[in-house]
Design a protein around this ligand. Structure first.
Ligand SMILES: Nc1ncnc2c1ncn2[C@@H]1O[C@H](COP(=O)(O)OP(=O)(O)OP(=O)(O)O)[C@@H](O)[C@H]1O
Length: 264
């Protein structure tokens, strides 16, 4: 069976009688970057919370790789191959850069952290594998020189890269990234963009929530626009950028100045 990636069907959600999402359906295909954009308060993070199991929808369902996960908690979704980053930095302070990434590599299975701590032989093998995977990721993110630095000593941009490397170490099939470049300097934005493209290139279904339109237009294969909790439209970057409804609701009249998608 072909992998369906992330399929969001008919999601609705209200908080205290206020409707935040109304019948939202959306698909993030494996091997592609699907962006979810829209004005502040449109409901993007709420949808990400529902996808990752931190909020329950009032209606609708969430499928990952053909499995209905609507009633599953975040842990069960992680086992099904779903990973998520948050608007705030989620790193393990008190650990080094490499140990942060190793934690991700443990998360994808093997002997588990507890048996590793106890020191079982199988766990030692898993530990070596996790370390090798983490070293490779640090190399990819150009963080090798900082491997043994305490993660909290890093500038925000680099700490964000560590977070992304940890998520990649999970080898997720579906990744939800909530504003991964907010507050990052241009150089880190480029590095994150490269890695997100690479994640999709490796076959992951990426759902990218982001306000940086230059990045969105450059790395997305498909864009969905949420406005007041409803899907306004979806399409390829060029279509979205030119759509009068999207310009009116979100992009503004300078939309044509946003860089087009790089042809590969
Ligand atoms: N737990 C909650 N209780 C009550 N209202 C909430 C809750 N979470 C979100 N909301 C409301 O739901 C609406 C959508 O918020 P959400 O954070 O999903 O939007 P967003 O599109 O992610 O915005 P931004 O781009 O600013 O991050 C907002 O009006 C917000 O105040």
């Amino acid at each position: 069976m072909t992998d369906e990636g992330l399929v969001i069907t008919g999601i609705s959600k209200s908080f205290g009688g206020v409707r935040v999402l109304r019948d939202v359906s959306l698909r993030a295909r494996p091997g592609a970057v699907t962006a979810l954009i829209g004005p502040n308060g449109a409901g993007k993070t709420t949808l990400a919370n529902i996808v990752s199991g931190f909020e329950r929808p009032d209606a609708g369902r969430i499928d990952v790789s053909g499995h209905d996960l609507t009633r599953r908690g975040p842990d069960r979704r992680a086992t099904a191959g779903l990973a998520r980053t948050f608007q705030n930095l989620e790193i393990f302070t008190g650990l080094t850069v490499i140990d942060n990434v190793v934690m991700g590599a443990y998360g994808r299975g093997g002997a588990g952290l507890l048996s590793a701590v106890v020191g079982l032989p199988r766990a030692r093998r898993a530990d070596r594998r996790a370390r090798a995977a983490a070293e490779e990721l640090l190399d990819r993110f150009r963080l090798t020189a900082l491997a043994d630095a305490p993660v909290e000593s890093l500038p925000f941009g680099q700490a964000k890269l560590v977070e992304l490397a940890r998520v990649l170490a999970l080898e997720p099939r579906v990744v939800v990234l909530d504003e991964p470049v907010a507050g990052l300097p241009a150089e880190s934005v480029r590095a994150v963009g490269e890695q997100v493209t690479r994640m999709a290139g490796a076959g992951a279904a990426v759902l990218l929530i982001e306000h940086n339109m230059r990045l969105v237009m450059e790395i997305s294969d498909h864009i969905a626009v949420l406005d007041h909790g409803e899907l306004l439209m979806e399409g390829e970057p060029a279509e979205v950028r030119a759509d009068p409804r999207v310009i009116e609701a979100y992009l503004g009249p300078d939309a044509d100045r946003i860089a087009p998608r790089r042809e590969s």
